[in-house]
Design a binder for this molecule. Structure first.
Ligand SMILES: *Cc1c(COP(=O)(O)O)cnc(C)c1O
Length: 461
């Protein structure tokens, strides 16, 4: 690029090139993480984040909705903070034009620490306290009420002080579940939102809006991972039709904004990103033609699909052993960083890549082996009977596609130290440069968090 050519804006709708990210850079990052001591005998496991990849996914999300939405349609992409509750990640996404969807006071604190403005923050959670609601309304962040009881609390708060907060109601379209029960939020009995198909519920919702002129949003999130796309689109269609009905009965555009949730599934089987945001936006455009017509502002709440493919857990192999004829690699990555995979392996299989002691991709004829973690229970396995080049002590394993809900959501079992998280991007020479996202927890911090300052508390009682 000549110096006279201005660089493209970071999130231009045109498919901006993001050279250098992806699997090739991941391999270089693994080798650099070992060479630079980010993973070592002292710190035997760490999370690595591909910053360029995160930027690219954010740009693809924005471009996908910009392509189908009528010009001028307000669109807020609010990242579901629970998917990667790390302040620098939230700041990076904010720089790419995204906001935050928060579901607890802690997540709100993280979004605020990242500098995400209230106008780009959305609060959803099934158990908001009065204090939480008051804070949200004072800040002016959007709130989606979950149920009639919460709406009654909002009645009181809205009457007592004016607020800039856009207020909405979450509904459950009750369309059915996906392949993972715990992730399915639109079954007949899911715990979230007003169950729209229950007897009298739809009329109740319409009445609730007509009685409350300040209620202007409808929200649905039909599930996370394992949801068929047509079921997701069906949820959005239900939301749209409900908004049309309310607005018709109100005789005005009372519902101005549809919050369609997140939940785009992630492909954990290869490096391919599928489905893409563009494919989903195209499907929504076909299934709910009015959605993008410009009469409604849109909010999305994607989490996993923005981050998963851009994170890697890198861990040392401590021992190689065998039991009953099965080879077992005992590594430092187990349930503490891959909780769902260990406890629900059929729902959450992960790819494991093998690297040697220098962090170079390991070669050699694959041998079936278990990849075990460091936790003291027999089921602490991230892969079972997996064909991999024979792993030896000092080698490394990488758990791929773990940028969302894995190392950012550490499980404190066995008092294993919370690993560091490091962001990388290719420098001018192509070599990865590092930034600390979260420092590795140190032993003194762990002791302090475990009541270390109160050692005598119980014996003195
Ligand atoms: C978890 C959640 C999301 C994000 O789901 P992903 O599958 O990570 O995209 C969005 N909205 C709500 C209300 C959620 O609970």
């Amino acid at each position: 690029m000549s110096p006279a050519t201005p660089p493209p804006p970071p999130s231009s709708a045109a498919a901006a090139p993001f050279p250098g990210d992806g699997p090739a850079l991941r391999d270089r990052a693994v080798a650099a993480a070992v060479a630079d001591g980010l993973v070592s005998a002292a710190d035997p496991v760490a999370g690595l984040l591909d910053v360029t990849g995160i930027r690219r996914s954010a740009a693809e999300l924005r471009a996908a909705f910009a392509e189908f939405a009528a010009p001028g349609t307000p669109v807020l992409h609010a990242f579901a903070v629970k998917a990667a509750s790390l302040v620098p990640v939230l700041r990076l996404l904010a720089a790419e034009g995204l906001g935050c969807e928060v579901a607890s006071p802690g997540e709100l604190a993280l979004a605020r620490a990242a500098g995400v403005p209230p106008a780009r923050t959305v609060l959803d959670s099934p158990a908001k306290t009065p204090a939480e609601l008051r804070e949200a309304l004072a800040l002016g962040i959007a709130v989606n009420a979950d149920n009639p009881g919460e709406l009654a609390r909002l009645d009181g708060l809205a009457a007592s002080a004016p607020t800039a907060s856009p207020l909405g109601l979450r509904v459950n379209p009750q369309l059915g579940g996906g392949s993972i029960g715990a992730m399915s939020t639109a079954t007949g009995t899911s715990k979230f939102g007003v169950a729209l198909r229950d007897e009298g519920a739809r009329d109740w919702v319409v009445r609730a809006f007509l009685d409350r002129p300040w209620l202007t949003r409808l929200h649905a999130h039909v599930g996370s991972q394992g949801m068929p796309l047509d079921l997701m689109a069906g949820g959005v269609r239900t939301l749209y039709e409900l908004a049309e009905e309310i607005n018709e009965k109100a005789g005005r555009t009372q519902v101005t904004t549809l919050d369609i949730g997140g939940g785009l599934p992630v492909n954990f089987a290869s490096d391919e990103t599928a489905p893409t945001y563009r494919a989903y936006a195209r499907l929504l455009h076909a299934a709910v033609p009015g959605l993008f017509g410009g009469r409604y502002g849109l909010v999305t709440e994607f989490g996993r699909s923005l981050l998963a493919k851009h994170g890697t857990v890198l861990a040392r192999v401590e021992y190689a052993k065998s039991a009953g004829g099965r080879r077992i690699a005992v590594t430092h990555a187990g349930a503490q960083v891959a909780t769902r995979t260990v406890f629900a392996p059929d729902s959450w299989p992960l790819r494991v890549a093998a690297y040697d002691a220098q962090g170079r991709p390991k070669t050699g004829a694959p041998v079936a082996q278990d990849v075990a973690g460091p936790c003291c229970f027999a089921g602490d396995l991230v892969a079972v009977d997996r064909p991999l080049p024979p792993l030896e002590p000092g080698d490394h394993v990488a758990l791929l596609d773990t940028g969302a809900y894995y190392f950012s959501t550490h499980f404190a079992y066995n008092s294993l130290l919370r690993p560091g998280v490091h962001g990388y991007a290719a420098g001018p020479d192509g070599a990865p440069r590092w930034a600390t996202v979260r420092a590795p927890q140190r032993m003194a911090e762990l002791v302090a968090e475990s009541g270390g300052a109160h050692a005598d508390a119980l014996t003195q009682l």
